[in-house]
Design a protein around this ligand. Structure first.
Ligand SMILES: NC(=O)c1ccc[n+]([C@@H]2O[C@H](COP(=O)([O-])OP(=O)(O)OC[C@H]3O[C@@H](n4cnc5c(N)ncnc54)[C@H](OP(=O)(O)O)[C@@H]3O)[C@@H](O)[C@H]2O)c1
Length: 438
């Protein structure tokens, strides 16, 4: 062997970043690997558009077979995204004896079991660091550097679009969600169709992958409680500030005895929490290992170069494994296949945490006490209440922070409160993650 040949499928944002890195950092990569890493072929539906990097035209092809069937290519990089044909290409790559690198979180979250099995059966590897938190090497940290730990808590900001929107709402009092979304789109931070991001699905895909690595649990997406940021009201962002909180879209994994909470929703965190300083398009993963203590991983969770940095990091790892003849030394999810489970996740209804509840109530005597009475009937103890001045509709926002309460009790109380004549619309519920509350 005198070089490692690589084939790329998908010459888009991340794909062109990969080409840039392999060109710009060619010498340092060769020095670190010990052999040149040569990009032998790039397949894309469109090979005429200028991608901002120079490549020899003979490298480009519209025929994916020229990547998948080239016997010299040992590592295939899939960067087209989506489920099909990406999945078919990856399975074909294994069948042709190739190692695979992908950034495709949706595919891994939804079809990971099939893909990992195919890799094992073919005696090949799949690497996917870029699928979670872009340039932050969190998967490798969980799988290797922190492998000696039990993880009591993982709180993660994993979607730059949502974090940009929530940061802008925090910094610009009263600005409506739709206006900030438009700003994010104008600046290239949000897709024309932003639903995957703002509804939390993209973060959920990443949460599925992180949970597998931290707990050896493979959870179908449908079993995760997912609430996006699309209904975020600037009033609640302002109220969060009054309570010294910031709102973040958090993916949460919290160990409770034998069970683990896995949930994803807008969350109020103290403004002095390390994650409160993860602003704009940045990502952050805050975790607690039983031996290592608390750690914060921070960096760019998306974008051409940061994501491509993770992809090329995987290419180099696989190249080293190919050179060393050590395929499959570290299992992709950090656990041998027969130790990966689907159980042990707490029912969302049983989750106990602190809540922010905003009720729009008529400013009449007795209303507040009726609401408080309903909460007491549902074993919800109130930590504090703020009532704001009268609004145009004749109702006033009344905001409650609760002590620890059970999700099912809070939901039941919210339904009862909604039934009151003196209340307009269902209460807004935002969960709080603050260890100083109980
Ligand atoms: N962008 C990021 O910051 C980021 C961050 C983390 C992970 N990722 C992941 O990285 C992957 C790639 O994302 P991206 O942003 O680079 O996407 P992108 O800019 O849309 O690039 C995808 C490229 O693949 C091409 N393509 C689509 N179907 C193809 C096919 N059947 N055969 C050959 N080429 C095909 C597309 O061509 P056409 O344009 O002609 O369709 C496009 O050039 C996705 O899985 C994404 O989730 C991206």
């Amino acid at each position: 062997m005198n070089e490692i040949c690589v084939g790329l499928i998908g010459f888009g944002t991340v794909g062109s970043g990969v080409v840039k890195i392999l060109q710009q950092n060619k010498e340092i990569i060769e020095a670190r690997v010990g052999f040149p890493v040569k990009l032998k072929r790039i397949a894309d539906l469109d090979v005429t558009t200028d991608r901002g990097v120079r490549v020899d035209p003979s490298v480009l092809t519209t025929d994916v077979r020229q990547v998948l069937e080239d016997p010299e290519i040992s590592i295939v990089i899939e960067l087209i995204g989506g489920i099909e044909p990406a999945k078919a290409f990856i399975l074909d790559a294994f069948r042709s004896g190739k190692q695979v690198v992908t950034a495709n979180k949706a595919l891994l979250a939804e079809h990971g079991a099939e893909i990992f099995k195919a890799a094992r059966q073919a005696g090949r590897e799949i690497a996917f660091e870029a699928a979670v938190a872009g340039g932050i090497p969190i998967l490798r940290a969980l799988r290797e550097g922190l492998v000696a730990n039990r993880f009591g808590k993982v709180l993660a900001i994993l979607n730059g679009t949502c974090n940009f929107i929530l940061t802008a709402m925090d910094e610009n009092p009263g600005i409506p969600f739709d206006d900030v979304l438009k700003q994010a789109q104008d600046r290239g931070y949000a897709e024309a169709d932003p639903s995957l991001d703002i509804e939390g699905i993209d973060t959920a895909h990443k949460l599925v992958i992180i949970l597998a690595l931290t707990h050896g649990i493979r959870l179908p997406l449908a079993r995760i409680y997912v609430e996006g940021i699309n209904r975020m009201d600037p009033f609640d962002v302002e109220m969060a500030k009054e309570f010294s909180f910031k709102i973040k879209l958090l993916a949460l994994i919290i160990q409770h005895g034998e069970q683990v909470e896995v949930r994803l929703h807008p969350t109020m965190i103290p403004r002095n929490h390390p994650l409160a300083r993860v602003d704009g398009v940045f990502n952050g993963i805050y975790l607690r290992g039983d031996m290592v203590g608390d750690q914060l991983f921070y960096g760019r969770g998306a974008g051409k170069e940061p994501t491509a940095s993770a992809v090329v990091g995987d290419v180099i790892e696989l190249a080293r494994n190919v050179i060393g003849g050590q395929v499959g030394r570290v299992p992709p999810l950090g656990y041998p296949q027969n130790r990966i489970d689907t159980g042990g996740v707490m029912d969302m209804q049983e989750v106990v945490t602190n809540y922010y509840l905003r009720v729009q109530a008529l400013d009449r005597p007795g209303v507040l006490s009726r609401i408080a009475g309903i909460m007491a009937d549902h074993s919800i103890s109130i930590h504090s209440v703020i009532q704001k001045g009268r609004q145009q509709s004749g109702t006033v926002p009344v905001v409650f922070l609760t002590h620890n309460a059970r999700e099912k009790d809070v939901q039941a109380a919210a339904r009862k409160i909604n039934d009151l004549d003196a209340v307009e619309g269902p209460p807004v519920i935002i969960r709080i993650e603050d260890e100083s509350l109980d």
